[in-house]
Design a binder for this molecule. Structure first.
Ligand code: HEM
Length: 165
């Protein structure tokens, strides 16, 4: 059993995020979808902005790239320093907080984008009523995501500082 087996899930979720992100990216250019997104404000504002570019950018850049960079750093830093990572428990925490954070961030952007987008065209007076839930929901998802980043950063920094000592 490789000592790095725990990093496999970072790579799998990264690949899955790129898959979702590329399907999302393709759908965004299909003419009827593109027309609908433009009619609800994408990419400049309104509910369309939540779907394109926000959800698309973050599933690819956070789900895809950042989780891959985390796995590579957890693999390479011990080799570069000749010391193990400070905490394996924090490796696990950084994975789950970041994965649950990016998933909830992406789903929240899509759900509010679609629901508000529907009412943006069908009954605009209803949009503010729905949008007042957006702030709290996206703040919770963003906080979970940020905690994942900060745990990763702390684990890397402590590993580096201990190696220097
Ligand atoms: C806790 C983590 C993060 C949160 C809460 C967050 C939140 C946001 C928000 C709210 C915006 C939209 C600003 C606007 O209204 O235009 C944004 C834009 C963006 N973010 Fe993040 N972000 C996070 C991490 C990241 C990371 C790690 C990357 C890249 C690796 C990234 C890449 C982008 C890009 C490229 C845009 C611009 C999208 C565009 O308008 O084209 N974000 N982010």
């Amino acid at each position: 059993m490789s000592e790095h087996r725990r990093l496999a899930k970072f790579l799998v979720v990264s690949a899955a995020s790129f898959f979702i992100g590329t399907v999302h990216g393709l759908l965004q250019v299909v003419p009827p979808v593109r027309h609908w997104l433009d009619s609800i404000g994408s990419p400049y504002g309104g509910p369309g902005h939540m779907i394109d570019p926000l959800a698309h950018a973050h599933i690819n850049l956070v789900g895809g790239v950042t989780l891959l960079v985390m796995a590579m750093t957890y693999y390479l830093l011990p080799k570069a320093l000749g010391r193990p990572i400070y905490s394996v428990r924090l490796v696990e925490h950084s994975f789950w907080w970041t994965t649950i954070g990016v998933a909830s961030f992406y789903i929240a952007l899509l759900v509010f984008g679609f629901v508000e987008g529907h009412f943006w065209l069908a009954d605009p007076a209803k949009v503010p009523e729905i949008h007042r839930y957006y702030g709290p929901v996206i703040s919770i998802a963003s906080t979970i995501l940020a905690i994942g980043f900060w745990i990763f950063f702390a684990n890397i920094l402590i590993t580096f500082l201990r190696a220097r000592r």
